[in-house]
Design a protein around this ligand. Structure first.
Ligand SMILES: Nc1ncnc2c1ncn2[C@@H]1O[C@H](COP(=O)(O)OP(=O)(O)OP(=O)(O)O)[C@@H](O)[C@H]1O
Ligand SMILES: [Mg+2]
Length: 209
């Protein structure tokens, strides 16, 4: 039994995950001593290197199987090197994207099949799932327009996909949420940021008590 909890932040590009996660982590620090903020793909040296390969805009030849396997490889190393040891110490781990990203993007939107991608991930990390998942939901064109407005953000390979792909990502996420209502909380991310933060905060308080 692990004492900590794994909370993941999911949703499409520009949904506000990284921005809101930072604010929520700050607030949680007032309540919990041990908080770890991390991200996928990445979080540790090896997985950050895999991240560079996956997201490099020059890697246009990468096929969807390679992509799914690289995400799973990065996740395995990240999980066993950093997340699981932290959970064992009782830490509240906040992770920016996790397995549902692979299921929604590679499984559903890329068409590999959610169950196939689940199998790869089961090889990578076993049957582990987050304790709580916050799903930032919004029309993809709004997320994408926020990204275009933010010039400082890295431009990555997946940003270049068509709107139809991002629409499928949204559908994939909503399908996953409809099948796991206990774990996945849908948040309306198409609101003012203060309201999004408040909704996420209330959802977490409810689940953490
Ligand atoms: N609710 C909001 N309303 C308006 N702008 C927002 C809102 N939330 C975030 N933003 C802005 O949108 C941009 C993208 O936000 P952020 O980087 O947090 O998204 P993300 O979900 O982490 O995206 P990615 O998946 O690409 O990492 C930032 O410039 C951020 O300031
Ligand atoms: Mg982000």
């Amino acid at each position: 039994m692990l004492d900590g909890k794994l909370i993941t932040f999911e949703g499409p590009e520009g949904a506000g995950k990284t921005t809101v996660l930072a604010i929520i982590a700050q607030r949680l620090k007032e309540k919990y001593k041990a908080i770890l903020v991390t991200r996928e793909p990445g979080g540790i040296t090896i997985s950050e290197k895999i991240r560079d390969i996956i997201l490099n805009p020059d890697h246009i030849e990468m096929n969807e199987h390679t992509e799914a396997l690289l995400y799973a490889a990065a996740r395995s190393q990240h999980y066993f090197e950093k997340i699981e040891p932290s959970l064992k110490e009782g830490t509240l781990v906040l992770c920016d994207r996790f397995i549902d990203s692979s299921l929604a993007y590679q499984g559903y939107a890329r068409g590999l099949g959610i169950d196939n991608v689940r199998k790869i991930n089961s090889f990578a990390i076993g049957d582990k799932l987050p304790d709580i998942t916050i799903l930032f939901d919004l029309p993809p064109e709004i997320g994408l327009s926020r990204i275009t407005a933010n010039q400082e953000r890295e431009n990555n390979r997946l940003d270049q996909e068509h709107l139809a792909f991002h629409q499928k990502v949204r559908e994939g996420y909503l399908q996953l949420a409809s099948k796991d209502k206990e774990r996945i909380v849908i948040i309306d991310a198409n609101q003012e940021i203060t309201k999004v933060v408040e909704d996420v905060w209330q959802a977490l308080l409810k689940k953490l008590i």
